[in-house]
Design a protein around this ligand. Structure first.
Ligand SMILES: *[C@@H]1O[C@H](CO)[C@@H](O)[C@H](O)[C@H]1NC(C)=O
Ligand SMILES: *[C@@H]1O[C@H](CO)[C@@H](O)[C@H](O)[C@H]1NC(C)=O
Ligand SMILES: *[C@@H]1O[C@H](CO)[C@@H](O)[C@H](O)[C@H]1NC(C)=O
Length: 522
């Protein structure tokens, strides 16, 4: 009786202490929890990248909001577990206008008019930044940090943060060292649109420098008066001065998949935010991959945007696949020519498939997410790039010996058979990517966790301590124009003095000489 009473009073003490401790932890957690607003662009893949980071931020205790246009919310393909969505209305579905026609145009051999695209984007971004209702809802939210996407024009969202006087960070796949004032050598770092390896040839460096020069002087995002237009309440600065004031810049890239390049302390390469630990396969995919596949299975995908292939492409691919001894899981909008051997579907659990040990090879357009999945899971790739930075992406893995590349329009069924056989049979590709995968895991860990860590870090400590002097000066100082002017002046003066002295000497010599000869004659 006494014993149990003693026990229960001790229990009471323990539980009291426990609840005090829990309350303290909760309260202190509450105190450090911050409100973050992520502003991705209107593109599904970019928004996916931001929602991945957002969930990781939510997991470490922050209240996270992601703003999305209604057409993206309605698509309902993004995992927003634990997140708040700040929906906004737009006149047009800009993703459908700018992104969806790309594959069709590519297969019809039509080129993209970049100026039209830039104009559409500017109209869209302008509408959003001038939308009073949207601006007001962000102000009411009073976020501690706004995370913006990095693609040109969309990064004008930084002016909203500036208007509301909220610190901002940048996270995205587009990386523009010139705008961010990261020291950058155009002879050693290529624009990610050319098909180049780590060491560029002379003609490649010529083209690279010319293209960079053009980009620097031709402003396609039309933002010269952006701060005056979108943040009229704040001191007027240029967008070039605003962008480097980001607390931290998270770049969807890294030094293992991409070529190494110099960065600054506040530029963190966190490539692979879409990577997650693979889940076991289920349903038809599990049966197909795990049963009756002695030679292994190959995954084929051009991403969610390209599931409708023109007849001449689809037929040479299925011809090649039928001649090979492997089974295929193919993300495409057509019925399988041989269902026991080729599984076709417009949706596949891509990451879980690529991670599966029975998968021998990934045939891909070399989009960023797919490339990271292949690297993380150490699978060689046959790259069939289509457009954008995919040719650059294909070349970097080919030059590292992890993949082969072919032009989908020109390749024949025979070539496809040869290349697939080479990639699966020759173990060199597998060995090399296995090593890279190991390095990636050791160095990068799970990238999305690092992204959350850095955003949390700058909310706690601010990012100013990492900022390089070059990021805090006006352009004329950064490009040393004042110094050049100063030294120009000094050298000009010296030159002038020299000139004066020389001419004086010359005249003195000349006149004394002539006097001497005069004297002689006399
Ligand atoms: C596009 O170009 C490829 C060769 O690069 C050609 O085989 C194909 O027929 C062309 N397609 C169209 C629609 O012109
Ligand atoms: C698949 O193709 C059919 C017609 O060939 C088309 O109606 C359908 O919209 C396509 N599906 C997708 C997801 O593109
Ligand atoms: C395997 O691939 C490597 C790299 O491409 C090549 O050097 C080697 O000759 C290949 N081995 C065979 C047996 O084909």
């Amino acid at each position: 009786m006494g014993l149990s009473a003693g026990l229960s009073s001790r229990d009471l003490c323990v539980s009291l202490l426990l609840s005090v401790a829990v309350c303290t932890i909760l309260l202190s957690g509450q105190a450090s929890a911050k409100r973050v607003l992520l502003m991705p662009s209107h593109i599904t893949s970019h928004t996916k990248y931001h929602t991945n980071i957002a969930r990781a931020l939510n997991e470490i205790g922050h209240e996270v909001w992601v703003c999305m246009p209604s057409f993206l919310v309605e698509r309902n393909v993004l995992d927003t577990t634990g997140l708040h969505v700040l929906e906004y209305k737009t006149d047009v579905n800009i993703e459908a206008l700018t992104m969806h026609p790309l594959p069709e145009k590519f297969f019809r051999n039509e080129t993209e008019n970049v100026f039209d695209q830039a104009h559409l984007m500017l109209t869209y971004v302008d509408q959003m930044l001038m939308d009073k209702e949207f601006g007001e809802s962000v102000r009411k939210l009073s976020p501690h940090l706004i995370v913006i996407d990095s693609i040109p024009t969309v990064y004008l969202y930084a002016t909203l943060a500036y208007r509301l006087d909220v610190p901002f960070a940048i996270a995205g796949s587009h990386y523009d060292p010139m705008t961010l004032r990261v020291p950058f050598n155009p002879g050693a770092v290529a624009l990610p649109v050319f098909q180049v390896s780590k060491h560029m040839t002379f003609p490649q460096r010529v083209v690279n420098l010319a293209a960079l020069g053009l980009l620097y002087f031709v402003d396609m995002s039309g933002y010269s008066n952006a701060v005056a237009r979108y943040a009229p309440n704040r001191p007027l600065i240029s967008v070039e001065q605003l962008m480097p004031l980001a607390e931290v810049v998270l770049v969807e890239s890294d030094h293992i998949l991409d070529y190494p390049q110099p960065v600054l302390p506040n530029v963190i390469r966190i490539g692979g935010a879409a990577i997650s630990e693979a889940k076991p396969l289920t349903g038809i995919f599990k049966d197909f991959v795990e049963k009756n596949s002695p030679e292994g299975v190959i995954v084929v995908s051009f991403g969610s945007m390209v599931v409708n292939l023109p007849e001449y492409v689809a037929s040479k691919m299925s011809n090649a696949f039928q001649r090979l001894n492997y089974k295929f899981v193919w993300r495409v909008n057509m019925s399988s020519p041989e269902p026991g051997k080729i599984l076709t579907s417009t949706w596949i659990p891509q990451n879980d498939l690529v991670a599966h040990p029975n998968i021998k090879l990934f045939v891909s357009h070399c989009g960023k997410n797919g490339q990271y999945e292949a690297l993380y899971n150490a699978k060689p790739t046959l790259c069939l790039p289509l457009f954008g930075d995919q040719w650059y992406a294909a070349e970097r893995t080919r030059s590292k010996g992890w993949s082969l590349t072919a032009n989908i329009k020109e390749v024949t069924a025979d070539d496809l058979v040869d290349m697939i056989t080479e990639l699966v049979r020759n173990s060199t590709y597998r060995t090399r990517i296995a090593k890279a995968s190991e390095i990636f895991k050791v160095v990068q860990g799970l990238p999305v966790k690092r992204a959350a860590f850095w955003l949390d870090h700058v909310m706690k400590y601010g990012g100013a301590y990492m900022r390089y002097a070059g990021q805090e000066m006006p352009a004329y100082k950064y490009y040393c124009l004042d110094l050049l002017a100063f030294f120009g002046f000094v050298f000009g003066c010296l030159f002038f003095l020299c000139y004066l002295m020389c001419s004086r000497c010359f005249r003195m010599c000349f006149s004394s000489g002539s006097r001497a000869s005069k004297n002689k004659r006399e």
